[in-house]
Write a protein that binds this ligand. Structure first.
Ligand SMILES: *Cc1c(COP(=O)(O)O)cnc(C)c1O
Length: 397
């Protein structure tokens, strides 16, 4: 069968494929330590599950409005006001099948073929593929560890052109854990406002933030920026609800309508009972979230200390999400058992076969001198995994 050109262009998600390989080895009885996970290792809190069970028994099993139930939209409107100081009307909210779907809708609805979309690297894998699917031209800007992997105003000014349509910002970021401050966002916002660049602000890791830092939505800085921004968020990461598939966008009314119309011809509404569960997630107790963040914080600190002690490895201290993104620049060009390590991909392959440790090579995020380690796994696994990584890396000559 002949494939469409757009299908041939897509690369499968490399983060999901490493995860799948590791899970296959685990299923075959091998003791693999998996640092590839892109989801919290905690269960969905009980009160959230209970809300879904109740919805099921109440017969909430039919189509809902395409862009989400009134109850969930109301909960999202209140959340955006309380947490982000953002005022939206319910018709400016679009609930979709995960934040990934919200991003897809936004890019499809707002990008024309040939438009330039600025994408700071390291970036989350799906942004690039979604830009390509819309016919957009990704303009990748490599950020630097010395700047905390954050795009600077100078770097932004060097790439904005009359063809620039959009920029994708992700704070706290995956894979780096970088968190932009209010001042940094304001400085970038000034340029974006002047050039009228649409901003996609992926805030899915908003709640997973450490060291007393504050999450700031660029849309909240001034009304002009709010008019340019689509805020993307969801329940997957904060409430351990990755499998429920609920994400949302908040946008100026015409953009929200376009996204809803697009969705009406693809998935229609996201799952009805998952929407009911998401109301409970947003309006119920936030105690499970607090406990999860405290645990992630402990794991991050431990992992950072252990990694930094390995010669040739240097690691930026992330302030959000649940990943570390160490550089192995000091190891590249050296050899393990006579095999040259030319990139993080080479090292990831060695770690999986020799140490049975799964990490995601940075090539997936546009930087193959680094790899991503998720600390969404137990402290016990983290200790064992780092022992194994350390063993392999001490044999690198
Ligand atoms: C996990 C993730 C998403 C997608 O979340 P879902 O709601 O599960 O679709 C979006 N953006 C980033 C940066 C992520 O890491």
């Amino acid at each position: 069968m002949k494939l469409a050109a757009r299908a041939k262009e897509i690369s499968p998600s490399p983060t999901l494929s490493i995860d799948a390989r590791a899970k296959k080895m685990i299923a075959a009885g091998e003791k693999v330590i998996n640092f590839g996970a892109g989801e919290p290792d905690f269960d969905t809190p009980e009160h959230i599950k209970q809300a879904a069970v109740e919805a099921l028994h109440k017969g909430m099993t039919k189509y809902t409005p395409v862009g989400g139930t009134p109850a969930l939209k109301e909960a999202i409107v209140r959340k955006l006001k309380a947490d982000n100081n953002l005022d939206y009307a319910p018709e400016q909210i679009v609930v979709s099948c995960g934040a990934k779907h919200s991003l897809y809708n936004a890019i499809q609805a707002l990008c024309d073929p040939g438009d330039e979309i600025i994408l700071p690297a390291p970036y989350w894998v799906s942004y690039l593929e979604q830009i390509k699917l819309a016919g957009g031209r990704p303009v990748i800007v490599q950020t630097r560890a010395e700047n905390g992997f954050k795009l600077t105003v100078e770097e932004l000014e060097a790439v904005v052109s009359p063809r620039t349509r959009m920029i994708i910002l992700n704070s706290p970021g995956n894979p780096t854990g970088a968190v932009y401050t209010r001042e940094e966002l304001a400085a970038l916002g000034e340029v974006l406002l002047q050039k009228k660049v649409t901003i996609i602000s992926d805030e899915i890791y908003e709640k997973l933030i450490y060291d007393g830092l504050e999450h700031v939505s660029i849309a909240s800085l001034n009304p002009g920026l709010k008019e340019l921004t689509v805020v993307i968020n969801g329940v997957s990461k904060a409430y351990s609800m990755t499998g429920w598939r609920i994400g949302y966008a908040a946008a100026p009314a015409p953009a929200a309508k376009a996204m809803t119309d697009l969705q009406s011809h693809s998935t229609s509404n996201p799952t009805s009972i998952a929407q009911a569960a998401s109301v409970a997630a947003l309006t119920g107790t936030q105690e499970p979230l607090r406990q999860m963040v405290a645990e992630f914080n402990r794991r991050r600190d431990y992992m950072l200390e252990r990694l930094s002690a390995i010669p040739g490895v240097s690691c930026f201290k992330p302030s959000g999400a649940f990943y570390l993104f160490p550089s192995i620049a000091g190891i590249i060009g050296r050899a393990y058992k006579g095999k040259t390590i030319g990139s993080a991909s080479d090292l990831a392959a060695i770690l999986l076969t020799e140490a049975k440790v799964a990490v995601v090579p940075g090539v997936a995020f546009g930087d193959d001198r680094c790899f991503r380690l998720s600390y969404a796994t137990s402290l016990e696994n983290i200790k064992e995994g780092l022992d194994r990584i350390g063993e392999v890396l001490t044999s690198v000559k």
